[in-house]
Design a protein around this ligand. Structure first.
Ligand SMILES: Cc1ncc(COP(=O)(O)O)c(C=O)c1O
Length: 486
């Protein structure tokens, strides 16, 4: 008999658990290698990635809740805000905060604007229809009425004259994108900011996806803090700064503008809660990783990566225009493309075909007068693969043209258009999901290999019906894993 202490852990050994994680990860899209053209960003710099992962692990358990307990995290945050300020022409006196992502930065920009006008009982914000849906989320969370203004039908950029007309005494914020996610174009920021400044209203520039790229490209009119009237800018580090997920920055022209998203509470028996952002306990991992990666890549490195991604974007756009049946929706201002088809085929079939050939492209539904498109986010690491991508796209498009556009079952399409999915009971909803090709036995969500019929059907739905249907899908996907049977 030995009296050695038995190990405290009672589950499988670490190696086995890691193997389980790897098996699960194998079902995901690849994050590196340049073949996933949405959601992920790949610099192609293996040492920067390794550094980011090491810094992430080093600070994973550190807590940004209290800057006096973890001063290193406050220092890193201040360094990153200073770095972004230099890139975005921030004036003396600017301030910022590190958030968990673009959506949190936008939520806080809207919150600060709303709180900056406490006399208004029914505040609103004016935004172009191309603005990221995070603004609509902020509107819905924070009780700020969104006044959505059509973009110019040709350029797909914000229409400042129409936005000026939409501004009224309840407006607390005016929004511009640099660039828009869906179409990759930069709004006329100077005009939008001027119309806001003329009425003493804040103007937020959403540079979540472009803020680390556009400053290194020289073909654009000014859109940063160099434009008088721009009061805040959001820029995500976990996008084109190529840092691990979990960090965005929100910069304000001055400290007064930030006040509305600072929070303190001493009205409870614990520590006085003091936050600049929505999170309270906040892992130091993503921040440390962002600090390390940005420091390692450096300004010249980012300039090279931005030019590389931009060259790849232009090369890809030129190649697309040479493919029959396919064209680029609008000339790209940055490193994002939206492709569309003529009526010989459809983007949903293209997305399936490209995925079957190992390329992820993101279908976007029709919106107003804009047809369905295929969204591409190009990373620096996509550059070497552009010729292969274009070969695959050429073959996929030819096959899609031979097959013709995917047809929507007219009966089902008409049903969805007329239906109020929010009014369906669970059994009826289960039937609808099965009819839409989204569920299998017992009503569990099962996505088909070919998503084109489902996407074409969703595309035919009014947006509200699409939202309700997909929320139903999400609700059913987000359920506890069934216990294994004994
Ligand atoms: C322009 C723009 N704004 C905001 C966001 C939201 O960022 P996140 O997904 O990090 O919340 C995105 C994401 O792609 C974006 O492209």
């Amino acid at each position: 008999m030995t009296d050695a202490t038995p190990p405290l852990a009672s589950g499988p050994a670490a190696g086995r658990v890691l193997a389980e994680l790897r098996r699960m990860q194998a079902t995901d899209l690849p994050t590196h290698g340049g073949r996933t053209l949405a959601y992920v960003y790949d610099s192609g710099l293996a040492d920067a990635d390794a550094l980011g992962r090491e810094a992430l692990a080093m600070f994973a358990s550190s807590n940004g809740l209290d800057p006096t307990a973890f001063p290193s995290l406050q220092r890193m945050e201040n360094d990153l805000v200073a770095l972004a300020g230099a890139l975005l022409d921030a004036p003396d006196g600017f301030v910022g905060a590190a958030t968990s992502g673009g959506t949190e930065s936008i939520l806080l920009a809207v919150l600060a604007a709303r709180r900056g006008a406490p006399h208004l009982t029914a505040p609103s914000m004016v935004l172009p229809a191309s603005a990221h849906a995070a603004f609509l989320k902020a509107a819905s969370y924070l009780g700020v009425r969104p006044v959505v203004v059509d973009v110019d039908p040709l350029t797909l950029r914000a229409d400042p004259a129409a936005m000026a007309e939409a501004v009224d005494d309840s407006t607390v914020l005016v929004v511009a994108s640099a660039p828009s996610y869906a179409h990759g174009v930069v709004d006329p920021v100077a005009e939008v900011a001027a119309l806001a400044a003329a009425r003493g209203i804040r103007c937020h520039v959403d540079a979540c996806i472009g803020g680390w790229v556009l400053p290194h490209l020289d073909h654009l009119p000014p859109w940063t803090f160099s434009v008088e009237g721009v009061t805040s800018i959001s820029v995500d580090l976990h996008k084109y700064a190529y840092t691990p997920k979990g960090v965005s920055l929100l910069l304000h022209r001055d400290a007064d503008l930030r006040r509305g998203h600072l929070f303190a509470s001493a009205a409870w028996p614990g520590y006085t809660m003091l936050n600049t952002t929505a999170q309270s306990t906040k892992s130091g991992g993503p921040l440390a990783a962002a600090w390390a990666v940005t420091r390692h890549i450096g300004t010249d490195g980012y300039a090279r990566l931005a030019r590389q991604a931009r060259r790849a974007t232009l090369e890809l756009a030129a190649g697309v225009d040479a493919i029959d049946g396919l064209h680029v929706l609008v000339a790209p201002d940055s490193t994002l493309l939206a492709l569309t088809t003529d009526d010989t085929c459809d983007v949903f079939t293209l997305a399936d075909g490209m995925l079957a050939r190992g390329w992820y492209t993101q279908p976007q539904m029709a919106f107003g007068a804009v047809p369905p498109t295929l969204h591409l986010t190009l990373s620096a690491a996509t550059a070497p693969s552009v010729p292969d991508f274009l070969d695959a796209l050429g073959v996929t498009t030819a096959a899609a043209r031979a097959a013709g556009p995917v047809a929507v079952d007219p009966g089902l399409g008409a049903l969805l258009v007329s239906l109020d999915p929010t009014a369906l009971d669970d059994a009826a909803f289960t039937g609808l999901l099965a009819a839409a090709g989204l569920s299998g036995e017992g009503g569990a969500i099962e996505l088909p290999d070919r998503m084109a019929p489902v996407n074409a059907l969703l595309d035919a739905c009014p947006p509200a019906a699409r939202e309700a249907l997909l929320l139903g899908v999400l609700d059913r996907l987000s359920r506890p894993t069934p216990r294994p049977s004994p």
